[in-house]
Design a protein around this ligand. Sequence first.
Ligand code: DGY
Length: 339
Amino acid sequence: MSLPIVAVTRQLPANARDHLMAHAQVVCWESDCPVTQEWLLDHLPDAVGLYCLLTDRIDQDVLCCAKRLRVVSTMSVGYDHIDIRTCTAQRIPVGHTPGILTETTADLAFALLMASARRIVEGADYVRQGHWVEWKPNLLLGQDICGATLGIVGFGRIGQAMARRAQGFRMNVLAVRSSRQDRDALELPCVAEIHGEVSDMPSVTFVDLPTVLMQSDFVSLHIPLTPDTHHLIGTSEFHMMKRSSILINTSRGAVVDSGALYHALQDGTISGAALDVTDPEPLPASHPLLALPNCLVIPHVGSATTATRSLMADMAVENVIAGLRGEPLPYCVNPEVYD
Ligand code: DGY
């Protein structure tokens, strides 16, 4: 009996690939660049499964030609690149990789907080460019982290992991709840739990978004991109923030209005920003944000550790295999397809 075809939009780590190949005939986009729409339109009509990444637009056009598709699995926790409504209407379950990247992504968010507070990248550039010829009392003055207030927007798994880190640095933590995320956060494993660590929930004061913006020294975004959160942080929100505050975004770029951010950073409405995600993404080297010394941008590497990316690939493969078997996906975005 021939194995079902699974279209895979990037090369897989060896373990994940071997596991998938035991259950499916894998048709893989071989390049290291994002898959093209043409490739998807060519290969999806025969595919029973699709393994994709956050760079791939799985929209209505793609899904309409995928008449045999029984499962879509993305190697990411975020799924704003997939038309979930159409998948659900076509009764296609969509899998993602929640939990496994929580601690890794929170590490990166906290690293951005520290790097921007203490101007680490500016300092490294200063040395590399040969400017370090003497010690100066006012050189590269930054902001204290201990005792500062961190505002967490979205208190799901990653937001909570960020709060635990902040507690270790004796920060005050304010948070805006997001009820669906908070519920999910209690149910899923993360890498630290897999390694047998247990952490207590830090003490957090729950407030509304304006209060977080007005009272925080650092505002860190941990919410998914949805129609409700698109440009959640724009001109009026920047004007609520302290002039000394720093924005950290490791969620999705379009949660922030990039044009408004540029103006806020340029005219001193806020003091800095540290972004792992941008809008557009990738951010072209000519983008005005990159000309600002108070804007630190890195290329969407929140979950980018060898261990976490490998676990994400395994989890995404688990979702595909369950879908091929007609079993409920272990990590399903739209479980209503099973109703
Ligand atoms: C995700 O998984 O959605 C992150 O943005 C990348 O790991």
